[in-house]
Ligand binder design. Structure first.
Ligand SMILES: [Ca+2]
Ligand SMILES: [Ca+2]
Ligand SMILES: [Ca+2]
Length: 639
């Protein structure tokens, strides 16, 4: 019963979520209105989609996708025809509505007749979701008036004809939310090189922040840690390179790295001048950890803790903890204990850490290969992996990071400074790098939190992954996977589930969030409690149903499987996975899984028989000693 989650399935999920997110509005608008048909999503579209990965003699990636789609659509229509017969629905023609199915009535229905048809379809055991196909009012995407917005192709809706496959699809969600302006969900930390507070497009957007650069020569501001995260410049000149700490550093102009990222996430927007940010209302918490030649790992790790509001020795507690932290730093070694344990603490505190994949065109290194972070790979405007971007199985999604082939038309535009050493004028400029792909996800995560503040870091990651659009296959490029290939076609094994999409991500933020208490390892025969009581609906909604099912492991009986708390006996030594699906009163559902492990305790050492009760007790105490939390959760939002 291994769960398949190919891209096409994810597409179905996100399409469904889109329907669900507007269901409350749709229900009220349906009253007294005519419906042209029923939009239907089946529960197990996974089965049909899983067969679509075949390799045929296709002339191009686009032909292959087309053929797959045609096959899927044909099967879907056959299934809809069966549903119509089995559910006794009015005469209708099967078709598609986006990724969902459509039964278009031969004659439009309204009132009781429409309600009856909806109810009949909904009661069919294979159906997950039904929605009347009604005329919906035009909702104009909210377009900001910033002078340079038209150059920010990465914020626009994807437009293949214009060569823009990677656009974040932002104008549309801005019609629903432009972010929170107060409270914890309004804070996005930029753990980076500090900030240019004088920049006009960052005016009013900055929280006090802190400077955690402890080494005086790295800091370049005349002192160690202080309360002013202003970026004094981080250039490296020949004189710097005579110092032992900088011996391995390249000569470099000042990067104004943190200033650029801050503008990407939350530049003052709709203020006529400059650029637009992803979140119009968020406030940036500048946490300065880097100076000349980068950051000391110790400062960086302290900076993560401080950003999340956790205590750091010698520093005042951050009064504005960030629910989203952008960390655009690379590394050349694998994730280690220091990084992972700090990430775990910060994530447990409720803060999502978004990290850049890295710029060495190779497999991931820390922090992108650490668990529980959201690693973002960089793609070009056409959707191909940017030449520099690292890649790997732990990448969550790909986002536009800019590339040079089209000059300013393919680079990213944001807030910057003209100084090559010390600060110059506040300007706007163009850059590329996975450093600037990560903030796209950080910004979208903050929009999702504005819509649904209860989302956990893991839920944010899973919902952004689920909402991603399929990777784009660019003609003539090899598939990514080999270090040093440069520009290549992303796959789900190299660049995450797909292209980050703000519209579907924000839609997916509004479904109920399933929260399952983790399970300890137990001995075979133990009764375990599956506890989903902490699951929450978004404000204004309530959870109306719970359903536990076993996903894998030796079959066991579930008691009270349709309540928040179920029980089961783990019969034998094995790993068991259970899933919980909750549905709210608008029909939106969320799902998550929990893993339970039953293992025999290790036999007592030495003794050699005859120990009876003593050895049993000894085994129990040993067992208590080795007890460990072993769980994972994965959610698959569906509405
Ligand atoms: Ca300082
Ligand atoms: Ca300072
Ligand atoms: Ca602006």
């Amino acid at each position: 019963m291994r769960r398949l989650l190919p891209t096409l399935v994810i597409l179905c999920a996100s399409a469904l979520a889109g329907v669900g997110a507007t269901s409350a509005m749709a229900q009220s608008q349906t009253e007294g209105r005519e419906a042209a048909g029923l939009i239907i999503v089946f529960k197990d579209d996974a089965n049909a989609s899983a067969k679509l990965g075949g390799e045929g003699p296709w002339a191009s990636g686009r032909d292959r996708v087309r053929a797959q789609w045609d096959g899927q659509a044909r099967k879907g229509r056959e299934r809809l025809a069966r549903l119509k017969k089995e559910a006794g629905l009015p005469d209708a023609t099967p078709g598609e509505a986006g990724n969902a199915g459509l039964l278009r009535f031969d004659r439009p229905l309204r009132g009781q007749a429409l309600e009856n048809a909806v109810r009949r379809a909904r009661l069919h055991p294979d159906v997950a979701w039904v929605e009347p196909d009604v005329l919906v009012p035009r909702l104009a995407p909210r377009m900001p008036n910033d002078a340079l917005f038209s150059q920010q192709w990465h914020l626009q809706a994807p437009d293949l004809a214009a060569g823009n496959a990677a656009g974040l699809n932002l104008p549309s969600p801005w019609g629903d939310t432009t972010g929170s302006s107060s409270g914890p969900t309004a804070v996005v930390a930029v753990v980076d090189s500090g900030i240019r507070p004088s920049h006009p497009d960052l005016a009013g957007k900055l929280l006090p922040g802190h400077d955690l650069v402890s080494d005086l020569s790295v800091a370049n501001d005349g002192d160690g840690r202080d309360a002013d995260p202003t970026d004094p410049g981080d250039w490296v000149d020949a004189n710097d390179r005579t110092k032992p700490l900088f011996a391995g550093c390249d000569l470099a102009s000042s990067s104004w790295h943190g200033t650029f990222i801050a503008g990407q996430i939350a530049a003052a927007t709709d203020n006529v001048q400059g650029v637009a940010g992803i979140n119009w209302n968020a406030r940036i918490l500048p946490v300065r950890v880097a100076g000349k030649c980068g950051a000391l790992l110790s400062d960086l790790l302290d900076g993560l803790r401080w950003a999340a509001g956790l205590p750091v020795s010698g520093l005042p507690t951050n009064p504005n903890p960030a629910r989203v932290i952008n960390l655009s730093f690379g590394g050349d070694v694998a994730c280690d204990g220091a990084y992972q344990t700090t990430i775990d603490a910060v994530t447990n505190a409720g803060s999502l850490i978004v990290v850049a994949a890295g710029n060495l065109d190779t497999t991931l290194t820390r922090p992108a290969d650490c668990r529980r972070v959201m690693a973002v790979a960089s793609v070009r405007k056409d959707g191909a992996k940017a030449a520099y971007s690292n890649f790997g199985t732990r990448v969550a999604v790909a986002a536009p990071g800019g590339s040079t082939e089209g000059g300013t038309t393919t680079l990213l535009l944001s807030t910057d400074n003209s100084g090559s050493t010390t600060p110059g004028a506040d300007i706007y400029s163009y850059k590329q790098g996975s450093s600037f792909a990560a903030p796209q996800a950080a910004g979208i995560a903050s929009l999702m939190l504005a819509v649904n503040p209860s989302l956990t870091p893991r839920q944010l990651i899973e919902r952004m992954k689920a909402g991603a659009r399929p990777h784009e296959a660019v003609a003539g490029l090899a598939a990514c996977g080999t270090p040093g290939t440069g520009v290549c076609n992303c796959t789900t094994a190299t660049c995450g589930t797909g292209l980050l999409d703000a519209r579907t991500s924000v839609q997916l933020a509004t479904g109920p969030a399933v929260v399952i208490r983790p399970l300890n390892e137990v001995e075979p025969g133990t009764v375990i409690t599956l506890d989903g009581q902490q699951s929450v609906a978004i404000p204004g909604a309530s959870i109306v149903s719970y359903q536990w099912v076993q996903v894998s492991g030796p079959p066991v009986a579930l008691s009270s499987a349709n309540t928040a708390v179920a029980t089961a006996t783990l019969v034998s030594e094995s790993t068991y996975v259970f899933s919980l699906t909750v549905v709210d009163n608008f029909g939106r559902s969320g799902e998550d899984t929990v893993r339970g492990v039953a293992v025999m305790p290790p036999p007592p050492a030495g003794g050699g028989g005859g120990g009876g009760a003593t050895s049993h007790l000894w085994g129990l105490s040993l067992w208590a000693w080795v007890i460990a939390v072993a769980w994972f959760q994965r959610r698959r939002p569906r509405g």
